[in-house]
Design a protein around this ligand. Structure first.
Ligand SMILES: [Zn+2]
Length: 368
């Protein structure tokens, strides 16, 4: 019997056969799928389920996260077109991140001035000549000037590990959110009631190696920070903690679910600890879509802390995908990345706070 088995193995080895590999409960065999590249993989679903089209949001919406740079809004006609789309899909007001200070902020303020109720403009931060001793005062002065020209918030200000200054600087010279030079700016924001939209860290998968275990779609590889000379994900979240603790009177909105949409329990703990922190849901459709039950619980419990935002250009279809995700019970929805989404079917009051209520309460609506 033993000799027979040995003989069978020997025959198999000599004929080039190897021990069968079992994966997913089946024996792996060679075939055309072996040459498909990961980046090209685009499976078509055979699932037949209801597809609900939601043309207009159930309640009027304030979109707290949009960029002029990204949406290429340069002319009055672009602004008109944006308003038409907003009307079609049910967005009453959009918060516009100009990404600018100085004359460029003024130009954009002028460009949007025909629609004071439809857009609210936010300015950026002066980050020039950081080393100069007058930097903090200069940054505060420019903030006050932008405020006088209509800025009603600051952001989006980003630190993905290399600091928030525009230029790339060596580690020791970089300016992170908890830098002492910025303290007067955040205090001035509290005084003028200007909320600050902060992008701190990024999706945690960015700090994991690119390779077979990388979680996010290959097309997001340019966001990867693994092995680069940057702060770690944890170090970045620690800068956020120090920022929030040091400036309790300033309202901070951590965009993209604070980049913790993958761990809503951890995010809940941060919200419990810092009452001056809010989150926007922008560009994290894929987080709430893949864990709909946890997301509904979270958005219900923190119904007064989450704001709706998009951060994804300004097509009507983009807004409608959001309405479908938040308002319907649709299943296995094609995602913006590889993950499929499941509709949240949020209860009316939760949806209303997310769409508009919180923005109305915490943003600065003082007219120019
Ligand atoms: Zn953004």
């Amino acid at each position: 019997m033993r000799t027979a088995l040995l003989l069978a193995i020997l025959t198999a080895v000599l004929s080039g056969q190897t021990t069968p590999v079992m994966k997913y409960g089946v024996r792996v065999q060679p075939g055309p799928m072996d040459t498909v590249l990961l980046k090209d993989y685009a499976p078509e679903s055979s699932v037949v389920v209801p597809v609900t089209r939601v043309d207009k949001a159930r309640f009027p919406v304030i979109d707290v996260h949009a960029h002029t740079s990204q949406s290429q809004v340069r002319t009055a006609a672009d602004v008109d077109a944006w308003v038409r789309t907003m009307d079609q899909v049910g967005v009453e007001t959009t918060i516009v991140f100009t990404g600018a200070t100085g004359p460029e902020f003024d130009r954009q303020a002028e460009l949007f001035s025909r629609y004071p109720k439809r857009f609210q403009l936010w300015c950026s931060l002066d980050t020039t000549d950081l080393e100069a001793s007058d930097y903090p005062q200069r940054a505060v002065r420019e903030l006050e000037r932008c405020y006088s020209k209509g800025a009603r918030g600051v952001g989006e200000i980003t630190d993905k590990g290399t600091g928030i200054q525009r230029a790339s600087l060596p580690r020791a010279k970089r300016m992170h959110f908890d830098d002492a030079r910025l303290a007067p700016v955040w205090e001035k924001c509290a005084e003028l009631k200007l909320p600050v939209n902060v992008h701190i860290a990024d999706h945690p998968s960015c700090w994991r190696p690119l390779g077979i275990h990388q979680e996010r779609t290959p097309d997001f590889q340019h966001f990867n920070q693994y092995g680069k000379d940057v702060l770690s994900y944890e170090e970045l979240l620690a800068t956020r903690g120090r920022l929030l603790a040091k400036h309790p009177r300033t309202t901070f909105i951590a965009c993209h679910f604070g980049n913790q949409g993958n761990d809503l329990t951890a995010l809940a703990a941060v919200l419990d600890r810092y009452p001056n922190l809010y989150v926007d849901v922008s560009a994290r459709d894929y987080e709430i879509g893949r864990t709909p039950r946890a997301a509904v619980k979270f958005l219900t419990r923190y119904a007064n802390r989450a704001l709706f935002g998009t951060d994804m250009e300004r097509d009507a279809a983009m807004y409608r995908d959001w309405w479908r995700l938040l308002e319907t019970p649709d299943e296995y929805i094609p995602g913006r990345i590889w993950w499929r989404y499941y509709g949240l079917e949020l209860p009316g009051p939760v949806l209303e706070s997310l769409y508009r209520g919180n923005a109305r309460r915490i943003l600065n609506w003082k007219p120019l």
